[in-house]
Ligand binder design. Structure first.
Ligand SMILES: C[S@@+](CC[C@H](N)C(=O)[O-])C[C@H]1O[C@@H](n2cnc3c(N)ncnc32)[C@H](O)[C@@H]1O
Length: 398
């Protein structure tokens, strides 16, 4: 496909997204009906779509309207020559579109920093003076980070192996196992170190949360919201393969790749049947550590999933906080006396973080609050929150 044809494709996909289809679905549907498009075309179109969504309000202003075409006109800045109307390219720019690109910048903070108006209050509550730099960071692409499986390789050896396959990565000082890919991201999935489990794709902040959880060799550890299992595997690495590592998710299909990935990483992981939205009724598992990486607004990861920032409503946020309360209570049941519950979200919002911890401690008097970890994209990875909640030891017998 020509660069101009890719722009036309992105316009089409964005129109679907603006009409309400999730971006990943709209891209997949476009790809299914255009078998002629190669992997590079699809990746380039996806980049255009996500770049446009990250800066949706700014681009709508620069492109003369909140339509697929408006966003792509805004995004393509100086590349006016691509709007030639021939060979599947988009139609030439109109006078109004040319004028829009020259209009002076300005507007409210949410307009300038590309987030919905109603989010200004909760984000200000959460971020205070960091609101502007954090929202600015969320307007840009996320880096690609890897976790070295320290049981199988040192960071230096992993970097050397990746380099042989065309992936240049460098260690990140903030986390002993973390690497950041500087070049060759598209070659990663064919690199030997990735295929044999020496490295996993995992954001720096997710790795920091897994370390913060504090799993130790020999413990019984439950990852209650395991999802794809990224943190399960990181917990297993900290356990050095010793102890009992259990994964649970209400939607077990999400864990489908966990077993092959665990095998590749040299770890053994048990999965348990889903407990349902109200938690389990069977015997509690008596774990030393339970991680509840709860469903959330994903505000800390908006640069990876910019679609989410335009979809989230106040009603969704309220529903998520109720779900987080239920997940915390259900997960807490499996913590042994003297054990630890770690609550984590990739949200920046106080409503989903500190407020949930405070409400949990009110409901569950046998737990006490402890350390917290708060990360924003200014720390280098996604925004994340984690809190350690210690269950009081059982009173001495007699
Ligand atoms: C933030 S994601 C987990 C991401 C995962 N820990 C990782 O590191 O890749 C939250 C997960 O919680 C699961 N979930 C939602 N409601 C749940 C519930 N009531 N009990 C357990 N898991 C739940 C979702 O299916 C989803 O996979």
């Amino acid at each position: 496909m020509t660069p101009a044809a890719r722009l036309s494709a992105a316009i089409e996909v964005l129109d679907e997204v603006l009409a309400g289809t999730a971006a990943d679905r709209a891209l997949a549907a476009w790809g299914r009906s255009r078998r002629f498009a190669g992997a590079k075309d699809r990746a380039a179109i996806a980049d255009l779509v996500y770049d446009a969504l990250r800066c949706r309000r700014t681009l709508a202003r620069l492109g003369g309207g909140e339509t697929g075409r408006g966003l792509i006109v805004g995004l393509s800045g100086g590349q006016e020559a691509l709007f030639h109307g021939a060979a599947h390219g988009p139609a030439p720019l109109t006078g109004a579109e040319r004028a829009a690109r020259l209009a002076p910048a300005g507007g409210t903070l949410p307009e300038r920093l590309d987030f919905p108006d109603w989010m200004e209050a909760p984000l200000t509550r959460a971020l205070g003076a960091e609101l502007e730099p954090v929202m600015e960071a969320l307007r840009h692409r996320a880096p690609l980070d890897l976790r070295v499986n320290l049981a199988r390789a040192t960071p230096e050896a992993a970097c050397a192996a990746l380099a042989e396959d065309g992936v240049r990565a460098t260690p990140l000082p903030a986390e002993p196992a973390a690497l950041r890919v500087a070049e060759g991201a598209r070659a990663l999935r064919r690199a030997a170190a990735y295929l044999d489990g020496r490295v996993e794709i995992q954001d720096l902040s997710s790795q920091r949360v897994a370390r913060f959880a504090g799993a130790l060799p020999g413990q019984t550890v439950l990852d209650y919201c395991a999802g794809g299992g990224g943190k399960t595997l990181a917990l297993g690495m900290h356990m050095q393969g010793r102890g009992r590592l259990i994964a649970h998710d209400i939607a077990p299909a999400r864990m489908k790749d966990l077993m092959p990935r665990a095998t590749r990483a040299g770890l053994s992981v048990e999965t348990i049947a889903p407990e349902g939205p109200g938690g389990g009724r069977g015997p509690a598992l008596g774990c030393d550590l339970v991680l509840a990486d709860a469903p959330c607004s994903g505000t800390g990861a908006w640069r990876r999933n910019p679609d989410a920032k335009w979809r989230l409503t106040q009603a969704d946020l309220t529903a998520l906080t109720r779900l987080q309360d239920r997940v915390l209570d259900a997960a807490a049941r499996h913590v042994r006396p003297g054990g630890v519950l770690v609550f984590a979200t990739c949200s920046l919002l106080v409503e989903e973080n500190d407020d949930r911890v405070a409400a949990f401690l009110q409901r569950n008097r046998e737990f006490a609050g402890g350390d917290t970890l708060r990360l924003t994209p200014l720390d280098g990875g996604d925004g994340f929150f984690a809190a350690r909640l210690a269950r009081r030891p059982a009173p001495p017998a007699g």
